[in-house]
Design a binder for this molecule. Structure first.
Ligand SMILES: [Zn+2]
Length: 211
C-alpha cells in the first residue's frame, strides 16, 4: 500500500500492480504473495502460478514502457525483477516454504545441517565407513554405497511427501499459534531434507569417481 497514492492520478492505491482508476503501473510490492495476488498458502497450484506469471510478464514487457514517464519505466523494471524472483521462489515448494519461514522470523541458516538427525546416526556412520573404504581404493565398498544412496533417495522422497502433508496442515491451521507450530515442524523437516540431500550428493559424486 502506498500512502501517497497513485503517482499519476493521486488516488489511494491498493496492493495492486496497476492503479484501479487510471491503470498506470504503481510501485510494485516486494511481497511475493501480494505481487501475484495469491492467498498466503504453502500449497500452491503450479499451473495457476504459471498462468499469472505469463500474464504479468506480458503486462510488464519493456516494449510497453518505452514512451512512458521515467517513474513508470523504473517501476516496470523493479516489477520485472520481483516477478522473476517471486516466480522462482514460489514455484519451488522448498524455496516457497523457506520464504514463508523467513517471513515469520525463522532463522533458516545452513549451519544446522551439520547435525546428524539422531534417527539417521547409524545409517550415516555406515555410509561414512563405506565412503572411507572406497576413497582408500576398496572397490568392494561400491555395492553398499549404492545401496545407501538408494535408501537415502527413498528417505528424501518420504520427506517430500511429509512436507506436502505439513503444507496442508499449515494452510488449514485454525489459529496463528497452530500455524506457527506447523512452521516449526516444517523447519525441522527442511533441515533434515537438506541433510539427506547433501548425503546423496556426496555419495553420488564419490561413486562417479574412478578410484
Ligand atoms: Zn492512478
Amino acid at each position: 500500500m502506498s500512502e501517497q497514492g497513485c503517482w499519476h492520478c493521486g488516488h489511494p492505491s491498493e496492493d495492486s500492480l496497476f492503479c484501479q482508476y487510471c491503470n498506470h503501473l504503481l510501485r510494485p510490492t516486494p511481497d511475493y504473495y501480494k505481487f501475484f495476488d495469491l492467498p498466503r498458502t504453502l500449497s500452491l497450484d503450479p499451473a495457476e502460478l504459471q498462468q499469472r506469471f505469463y500474464k504479468m510478464s506480458r503486462l510488464l514487457h519493456p516494449d510497453r514502457y518505452t514512451r512512458t514517464p521515467n517513474v513508470e519505466r523504473q517501476y516496470s523494471l523493479e516489477a520485472t525483477a520481483i516477478l522473476n524472483d517471486a516466480y522462482r521462489t514460489l514455484r519451488d515448494p522448498l524455496a516457497r516454504a523457506e520464504y514463508v519461514l523467513r517471513e515469520h522470523g525463522f532463522d533458516i541458516g545452513e549451519q544446522r545441517t551439520k547435525d546428524v538427525p539422531p534417527e539417521l546416526l547409524e545409517e550415516v556412520f555406515e555410509l561414512n565407513m563405506a565412503l572411507e573404504e572406497l576413497r582408500g581404493g576398496d572397490e568392494d565398498a561400491r555395492g553398499p554405497l549404492e545401496a545407501s544412496e538408494k535408501k537415502f533417495i527413498a528417505m528424501r522422497d518420504e520427506v517430500d511427501a511429509r512436507l506436502e502433508q505439513l503444507f496442508k496442515r499449515y494452510d488449514e491451521a485454525p489459529s496463528p499459534e497452530a500455524a506457527h507450530e506447523v512452521l516449526t515442524e516444517i523447519r525441522g523437516v527442511l533441515n533434515r531434507r537438506r541433510y539427506i540431500r547433501n548425503l546423496v550428493d556426496t555419495v553420488h559424486k564419490e561413486l562417479a569417481v574412478a578410484h
